[in-house]
Design a protein around this ligand. Sequence first.
Ligand code: CA
Length: 381
Amino acid sequence: MIQRFDAGEFPYGVFSLRGANSPARVGVAVDDQILDLTSLSADSVFTADSLNPFMAKGADFWRVTRDQVRAAVGRGDGNYLPASSATMRLPVEVADFVDFNSSLQHATNAGLIFRPGADPLRSNWRLMPVGYHGRAGTIVVSGEPITRPCGQFSDDGTVRYAPTKQLDVEAEVGFVIGHGTRPGDRVSTSDFASHVFGVVLVLDWSARDVQSLESVPLGPFLGKSFATTMSAWVLPLDALDTARVPGPVQSPAPAEHLRVERPAGYDLRLEFSVNGSVLSRPAFGSMYWTPAQQLAHLTSNGARLRTGDLFASGTVSDDTEFGSLLELSWNGSRPITLADGSSRTFLGDGDEISLSAVVIGRDGSRRQVGEARGSVSPARC
Ligand code: CA
């Protein structure tokens, strides 16, 4: 359910009509309806099968469109369709995908689980928002089933190739690049909003046993690359402006190019569920590294941005609420009981995961961001 945004910021998506040979088009979510933007404008960016042509137009065009949509909704102009009559497409043709690891609590928990007795944080963690390049081509829209991956792992001292026994998923917040850069350019923390079109929710599916064996020394590979889910609706970044909060105090002080001049965190409250049982409600505002710092770091070597680039926050965990089964079950040692009485350590076939979020404004208002969900299909190996 997407609800109306008082500030006039409507989430954008790409849809086609269910059951017909219907072309893709761009729409905005208005309550439980979709306003078809091709009924308001003849611009070809709204008949595209992704938001990329629209996003590539830049921030001035986004705001003009936002104002047109706001006026049309106010007057009741345009063609509205029930959301139930539409099939949502992947909203973005994802160019490059980067996943960060910016929650202090998650990084600490993972360190305690995988490297007991050692300092849970690596020495670089507080110096920069660490991350890795993921696989853009396996990003799917919310609702698409995820096939349990097969891979090499060891669970009894012998390495074998089999369906993962430790399928996990990480609750994350993602940001989509609208306006790219030239090679060699850097994006300062204060230029964040000129390049970022909007925010999505991300499910980072993870095969922990595969990941454990493969990750040394080059980091995540097949344990992460089989699938990533993003929400069908992209909420414009401006919708988060009233939800800005200072990030946690950073110590040591970050390098000059990673400093921020105004609050750069966002007060989003996530809700992470399995089969309808809420597992946690982690606070995105608790993230140690903020999205503006992540983007500044990502481009600090001059790597160019392209329209459609997606970068995700890393698992959102705070002091008490954890955004992965790895942490919730403490690597399988503490089974989680669901509402139906069954228990989980990692995910079973048929399990359905849902991630939603609300934006908490300074006035206390709460607005829904969207939803990313996916269910687990049996392995095919
Ligand atoms: Ca992740």
